[in-house]
Design a protein around this ligand. Structure first.
Ligand SMILES: [Zn+2]
Length: 540
């Protein structure tokens, strides 16, 4: 394997000289960066990670004449962004080839920059060019125009929370440890169809006039709206205004403080212009904390459980982990609700494989899960029913989930709720031999009891041969089936996957099995079993 010295030697042959070590131990080499498409030859500094795990840093030592401060891929200090981190994995066994390839790539990027190309990349990089004070946006509706702004405080720290639902956002603000103050700031939300990119020229804009000129290039309608809103704020004699601009790429924004004593002198160019053009602007980094974004961020455009009414019966080892994953997939948000039903208490013997921990010992599992999940998602609507499900009134539901793992109770639930309500059961077979889930969405599909009849005849079994019957425990503690927490997580994962498919309208395959015991043989492929002729619930 080539050594660091070998790599330095290879760079020397390309006209680079070793000039020392950076403060973090990276090697510094100076040499020429030669784009093939341009006469320009820039002196640059290449810094190499001595372990060759990270991408080399490449920085122009001289900014080519005529380049403005906002060009794609070139930082203020001359740093070239020639490859996105994460886009490639460096081969640490080929440090020479890899490092030289990076320099070539950087030269190619510089060549394109010099030709004025890659402008569209500015859109992708915009967030790197527009950074300022943080403000958190918790907006769920579509209404544009005036929004509420809560000012949260922790000691000296203040944070703006922009919202279209003060109650909901207060819960989030408090969950973060902020206290709501009686302060507020006038805030407007404006939508644009233009993806933002920095202007080639003066950047970043410092005055409202510069912001308007910039926006005029991107979207003249948006420019007009911004002007109107800032004027409105000026007339209302308020101290300042926040403008949020929602673009197809991201939401960004800026603040304006109305300096009523002093207005910037107008320059020759702005004679006769509106005096508010001289007001200073403060860029805002807008961070979305709305529930839709939190649930959808990892699966853009995919269906979530937002807006659905779901009930999980059983908050044991499966139900606890399952409820947690459902909440992360949007359950209980955007007008939906998650109901948790369990009459049992958390005991020491549960903790090793339960979502909850020691601090919830002896608490009712449904209530403790609801408390825990509100910590995870403070604005979710979560209802705990600490009762036997047979005495609960579940109301109208979009999906009933049986996570009790108790066959008899599953059959009772099916007999009581099957007719109008889609129902999903998720359970563990044997001592963690396999996990299974069954979704029943219509009268022609097998219910939980149907599967029981089929299984009795040796059909639709999870594994070939009988399931191992292993019980542990002794004395008053009662017998239990031993399996590790990982098995419950497999079951909860299968249930979540099926619930998300259901939300998408994808009801097939309705019976799914994941074999966990590698010593056993898988018996039934995922399928859509019809009703069983012996099932008393499904005989019409
Ligand atoms: Zn049935």
């Amino acid at each position: 394997m080539p050594t660091v010295e070998d790599v330095v030697e290879a760079f020397k042959q390309r006209g680079f000289a070793f000039v020392g070590m950076a403060s973090d131990g990276w090697l510094r080499l100076n040499g020429p960066l030669r784009p093939q498409t341009s006469a320009f030859e820039g002196p640059c500094e290449v810094q190499l990670d001595p372990s060759f795990v990270d991408l080399p840093r490449i920085r122009l030592l001289k900014i080519p004449p005529g380049l403005s401060s906002a060009v794609p891929h070139l930082g203020a200090d001359g740093g070239l962004c020639y490859l996105a981190k994460g886009a490639v994995t460096l081969d640490i066994y080929d440090p020479i080839g890899q490092s030289l390839a990076c320099v070539e790539r950087a030269a190619w990027v510089l060549g394109r920059i010099l030709k004025g190309e890659m402008i569209e990349d500015l859109e992708e990089e915009f967030f790197a060019y527009w950074q300022g004070l943080y403000c958190l946006a918790d907006i769920e509706g579509d209404s544009l125009g005036k929004q509420s702004c809560l000012v949260g405080a922790v000691g000296e720290d203040m944070m703006w929370f922009i919202t279209d639902d003060v109650d909901r956002t207060n819960r989030k603000l408090n969950a973060l440890g902020y206290k709501t103050t009686n302060k507020t700031i006038l805030t407007y939300r404006i939508r644009t169809s233009a993806k933002p990119r920095p202007l080639q020229g003066r950047w970043p804009p410092e005055t409202l006039g510069e912001v308007l000129a910039w926006q005029g290039v991107l979207d003249s309608r948006c420019r007009r709206k911004i002007h109107e809103r800032v004027t409105e704020g000026d007339k209302s004699k308020t101290q300042g205004v926040l403008i949020l601009i929602e673009s197809p790429l991201l939401t960004y924004g800026f603040g304006v403080l109305y300096d009523r004593e002093y207005r910037f002198p107008t320059t020759k160019l702005t004679v006769g212009a509106d005096p508010i053009f001289g007001l200073k602007v403060i860029p805002l980094s807008v961070v979305r904390i709305d529930d839709r974004y939190l649930a959808q961020r990892n699966m853009p455009g995919a269906a979530t459980l937002a807006g659905k009414h779901l009930t999980v019966v059983g908050c044991g080892t499966i139900g606890g982990h399952l409820a947690d994953m459902l909440i992360k997939a949007g359950a209980g948000t955007c007008g939906g609700r998650l109901t948790l039903v369990d009459f049992d208490c958390l005991l020491p013997q549960n903790i090793g494989r339960h979502r909850l921990g020691f601090t919830d010992l002896l608490s009712n599992k449904a209530e403790a899960m609801a408390r825990e999940l509100l910590r995870v998602a403070p604005s979710a609507d979560i209802r705990a029913l600490p009762v036997d499900v047979r005495r609960a009134n579940l109301g109208k539901l979009d999906l009933l989930i049986d996570a009790t793992g108790e066959q008899a109770l599953g059959h009772w639930l099916a007999s009581r709720y099957l007719r109008p309500t889609p129902m999903m059961s998720v359970w563990i077979e044997g001592p963690g031999t396999a996990v299974r889930a069954l979704l029943r969405t219509g009268a022609s599909r097998a219910c939980h009891r149907c599967l029981w009849h089929s299984n009795k005849r040796g059909e639709l079994l999870s594994i070939v041969g009988p399931l191992p019957q292993i019980l542990a425990g002794h004395g008053c503690e009662g017998l239990y089936v031993p399996f590790p927490a990982s098995v419950s997580l497999h079951a909860a994962t299968l249930g979540t996957e099926m619930a998300l498919d259901w939300a998408k309208g994808d009801f097939s395959p309705a019976l799914r099995t994941r074999l966990l015991d590698r010593a056993k043989m898988f018996a039934t492929a995922d399928c859509d079993p019809p009703t069983d002729p012996e099932c008393p619930l499904c005989i019409s």
